[in-house]
Design a protein around this ligand. Sequence first.
Ligand code: AMP
Ligand code: ZN
Length: 661
Amino acid sequence: MTVQERIRQLRDDLHRYNHAYYMEDQSLISDFEFDQLLAELVELEKNHPEFYDPHSPSQRVGGTITKQFETVVHDHRMYSLDNTYSPDELKDWVERIEKKVDQKINDFTCELKFDGASINMTYIDGRLARAVTRGDGIQGDNVTANVKTIKNVPLRLQGDYPSQFDIRGEIILPLSGFQALNEQRKAAGESLYSNPRNTASGSLKLQDSSETARRPLQCFFYALAGDLSYSTHSEALDQAVSWGFTVPESRARFGAMEDVLAYIQQWEEQRSSLPFDIDGIVIKVNDLELQAALGYTAKSPRWAISYKFKAPQVSTTLLSVDYQVGRTGAITPVANLAPVQLSGTIVKRASLHNADQIEKLNLRIGDEVYVEKGGEIIPKITGFVPQQRGPLDQAIVFARHCPDCGAPLERVAGEAQHYCTNATGCPTQQIGKIQHFVSRKAMDIDGIGSETVTQLFHAGLVTKISDLYRLERASLLRLDRMAEKSVDNLLMGVTASVQQPFHKVLFGLGIRHVGETVAKRLVKHFKTMERLKSATAEELVAVNDIGEKIVESLMHFFQDESQVAEIDFLQNYGLSMEVEEAQTLGQTFEGKTIVVSGVFERYSRNELKAMIEAHGGKVGSSISSKTSFILAGSAMGPAKKAKAETLGIALVNEDQFLEML
Ligand code: AMP
Ligand code: ZN
């Protein structure tokens, strides 16, 4: 058997095993054998790039890096759904649409409303050609490489499918996968994801598709889009099933509204036992001609509606209230509850947000309180059971002192939050600030995680950000679990961080209310730390979207001498305190004319052209004796290749090009 034949055989077999597993619930081989065959295929493809196939089952493993997701305009707009919250509202909807088409409607489908990220996939000749997020409904992001890693998304179809069509579905992360992911993050000292829905959409936008591949995402399909040759929606979905798409069997078809309502009630009761989140039921007019006659409003189809479930709620006893201090000194009151089961998890704590919220809820310790899960992991208290109130003298009185350092709390006028006043001496704040500074979104310092920061703090080596730059090898080596290699990594990471751009430094300083976006905005406006530091309140307010809260916080920060001393130290050390303008990117390609040709892996052709120009080069449109070199991707035409050869012009591939920069 030739290599090519073996590759083909492996691909066919793996596609078949996948289909049997996901569509027929049959394991034709063991997981172990499957993984071995897949590994063999990956290896063969790696050694024989000439047999590359974007639809190979090896795509499931991921590995493609996407720096920037291409924007794609949807062929068929992706609409939202109107909501109803009661049987009466649902009946009103039916009346409305019956009036519009002037006839009784008695063919509806009901589907679960999966709570994930919606996706539109285009299949051409039975192959997944493109997967695009909903975006604003008109255009979304091309996330094909990531979607290909989702195990139940067919890369190749079976049976009798149209030569080209669009299909829609919801990409969800099951609750178990969500919890496992958060446990890993917790162990790694990373911030937790708030809910499965956001995590699912975030997973589609990861730059490294092998990272997406590691998440147990699934896609549930619920509609074909465009002009269809079927007469009903349910028939179209039956077809989709036969081609290999997962359309959950929970869907149903009813003639009478009572049956629709019974279905809704049944799922409202059963939702908590589902392994994934749903937030309602979608009811659709089944007849496609009627759908066309009903059409769309500006936002949503008239022929479908969602019935939203109320957020799940239980009652339990409020045992006590704790106060937590965050890195900016903000105090969050947290309620301790008698443990209670709520939509699949045991709830023991709930956020009370701030003093206003506590006052509004008018709670007492000992109250029987209602707990509800909104979109977030930490549930909230929505009220108390009037018949089961705690003792009168147990009303909650907001803390006056920091739970950590004991300093008095203050409440900035106009804000709901209380803050610990001891910004530079409160251990939780100190540790939190340094952890924030080294974190990925800020200075992204390799070699130091949250736990290391805590360790360095307790060892007395780092109590403020600038101390990171004063660390010495010898004292680090004396610490527990600090081998030579970790110390080197740490010191190298710290040194390398001087390369980070100004906006990251500013964000890293952890100024209250100055998040990533605000930091970027300030940097863009003021360009240098000098100017930002000396800006007046009026000048600050004049910046777009910089509100008074931020202004006040900045003024406060820059008036603090110890903060200013920190900044001076960092600046002297070499951290970037001004914007690097485009022209300072370097003039690597000055005087060079470069022709870009072919298809590239990491960047689009336009991005590469922009890079050439940003580095002082000119982009040539055709190959001539003036061409300095050709930035050549795959699939560059043979005529061009020949011409380059005759003129003796070098071909540079993407990696070599990036290397030059
Ligand atoms: P909304 O975002 O609340 O306007 O609801 C519209 C979204 O519901 C769609 O974009 C889909 O992502 C999602 N959805 C989930 N399940 C279904 C379903 N069975 N049919 C249609 N849309 C669904
Ligand atoms: Zn404190």
